[in-house]
Design a protein around this ligand. Structure first.
Ligand code: ACM
Ligand code: ZN
Length: 521
């Protein structure tokens, strides 16, 4: 679409002001005041304030060298004076930070590691536009105050439909960290592949992580396969590596183990888990399938064993259990499921779903974690402690917030980055939909239907990346960059001016090129 004259003019003005200010930080900072002369310097060294006892915690000891190395790597030294960055503990909200310069040094105040990490990240973005200058330059009277609006700022990745090796996951974490995301939702299991090592059930990966091929394009009927086997999974050591890599970048990794539907890969490995107990292959097409977990004690034992192992390697507060798109055909006709309904006085299969989810919720709760699931977990009554991820529009999120449950908004309309981002004829094959970047930028996370008491249950939002039609990691980057950059500013709560955002985005595209990150031009 052609930009109007007024828009073009505004864009040019913004680009000019960006060059003058050297300011292209995304997400945009909350308050940014500059005045006074510039300080010119060639390198930066990290210092702690005199109250350095507060920095003797294990966390700071561990992360200090990481912060220093981030500075070395991203603010490469030049000729000229060395100035100090002084980290000072102060009373600020978690994740908030303040940057002040006074002509001789830069003071970053924060109350936690995450605030310092974000302060340094912002400084890195401020200075990286100056890499080709002979010196670095900052106002001698700089004052930045910054803090996120939302607690939950997430990106999701489906590694079941296609598998991406651990190194790609680390790159994904780098992408999230740069834009101050703090949650990575790792969709590890689904019908088309089980991707997590579980020591007690080795067949989950020996059988469930492999499929013979993938449907070509959208050749559902008549079916046409591509003849290329797909396999891959993460060992528990791979997971530990990802979790720590993310943690040091202020990102919590939230695992998703899908239940009681989207379970065909697990059923392929252990047919006893299904109602019919037939031996079925790992599917090579997309959609929802009739065969789901049979609701009985053996299934609960299996799920509890898996969750124990999962909680051992994922320290996250939230544990995602899926819960979406459960076809009830098998349950309606299964002797065992019907016996479960009779014993627990459940009227129908919707109540059976609720019974299953509530039992899983209790298990997770006694392990001091919190269960989160897709909005179908509202069916038949919501589990006591559950958080809800609203994907079928905003209704599930609104209902959950009215019931005083915490909510993460991920409506397909604005947050599904597997949707087309431009006219279909110019884009690689995608699942459908149309979610251009401007729509993402204008997403209103808090639904207007909620009153001020209910609003507080909206914890944030998340971009979802389902990979049925995204076979490579480079394609994942194409679908997410730059849409996830736009969503980061929505989550930070500073998304007021789309044209200004576009002008700042120009610098980030250069950065993507330098990193070798694919993106939509
Ligand atoms: C979903 O997209 N099925 C959560
Ligand atoms: Zn059954």
């Amino acid at each position: 679409m052609a930009l109007g004259m007024k828009t073009l003019l505004s864009l040019l003005l913004s680009v000019t002001s960006m060059i003058v200010m050297g300011q292209s930080v995304i997400p945009k900072v909350r308050l940014h005041e500059v005045s006074g002369e510039n300080i010119l310097f060639g390198s930066i060294e990290l210092y702690k304030t005199p109250d350095k006892n507060s920095f003797q915690t294990e966390e700071f000891q561990k992360y200090w060298s990481f912060l220093s190395s981030e500075i070395q790597k991203n603010i490469p030294p030049k000729k000229g004076k060395k100035i100090k960055i002084i980290l000072s503990l102060g009373y600020l909200p978690t994740e908030a930070y303040n940057i002040k310069s006074n002509g001789n040094n830069i003071v970053i105040s924060a109350s936690s590691y995450s605030g310092f990490y974000y302060g340094i990240s912002t400084l890195i973005q401020l200075l990286e536009t100056q890499h080709s200058n002979p010196n670095y330059k900052l106002s001698s009277n700089l004052n930045i105050y910054d803090a996120p609006e939302f607690y939950y700022r997430g990106m999701h990745l489906d590694v079941s439909r296609h598998f991406f090796p651990t190194d790609s996951i680390l790159t994904y974490i780098d992408m999230l960290a740069r834009y101050k995301y703090n949650k990575f939702h790792w969709h590890l299991t689904d019908d088309q592949g089980w991707r997590l090592e579980i020591k007690k059930y080795p067949l989950l990966t020996q059988i469930g992580s492999k499929r013979s091929e993938t449907m070509s394009g959208k050749n559902f009927k008549p079916y046409k396969g591509d003849g290329i086997p797909v396999s891959g999974f993460y060992t528990q050591n791979d997971v530990r590596k990802v979790v720590e890599y993310a943690r040091i970048r202020n990102i919590e990794v939230i695992p998703e183990i899908e239940m009681p539907g989207h379970a065909r890969a697990a059923i392929a490995a252990y047919p006893f888990l299904s109602c019919n107990k037939d031996t079925l292959p790992v599917p090579t097409t997309w959609g929802v399938f009739d065969d789901v977990y049979c609701i009985n004690e053996n299934t609960f034992d299996f799920m509890f064993d898996i969750l124990e192992e999962v909680m051992n390697i994922f320290p996250s507060r939230l544990i995602h259990i899926g819960g979406d798109e459960v076809v009830k055909t098998r349950w309606n006709n299964c002797k065992i499921c019907n016996k479960t309904k009779t014993i627990y006085q459940l009227k129908n299969s919707h109540e059976l779903q609720s019974y299953f989810i509530q039992k899983i919720d209790s298990f997770i709760h006694v392990h001091n974690r919190i269960m989160i699931g897709w909005d179908e977990i509202l069916e038949g009554g919501l589990a006591e402690n559950a958080w809800v991820m609203s994907w079928r529009g905003t209704k599930g999120g609104i209902d959950a917030a009215k019931q005083k449950h915490n909510v993460v908004m991920t409506p397909g309309t604005h947050c599904y980055f597997d949707h087309y981002q431009g006219p279909q004829k110019n884009e690689p094959l995608a699942i459908g939909g149309y979610t251009p970047i401007e729509k993402v930028y204008n997403f209103k996370i808090i639904p207007s239907e909620l009153n001020s008491n209910e609003k507080q249950f909206i914890q944030g939002a998340q971009g979802n990346v389902w990979t049925e039609y995204i076979p490579t990691f480079s394609h994942v980057q194409y679908m997410t960059l730059p849409r996830m950059v736009a969503l980061s500013e929505v989550l930070w709560g500073t998304n007021v001016d789309y044209i200004d955002f576009l002008s700042r985005l120009e610098h980030h595209k250069t950065f993507f090129k330098q990193q070798g990150w694919n993106y939509r031009k």
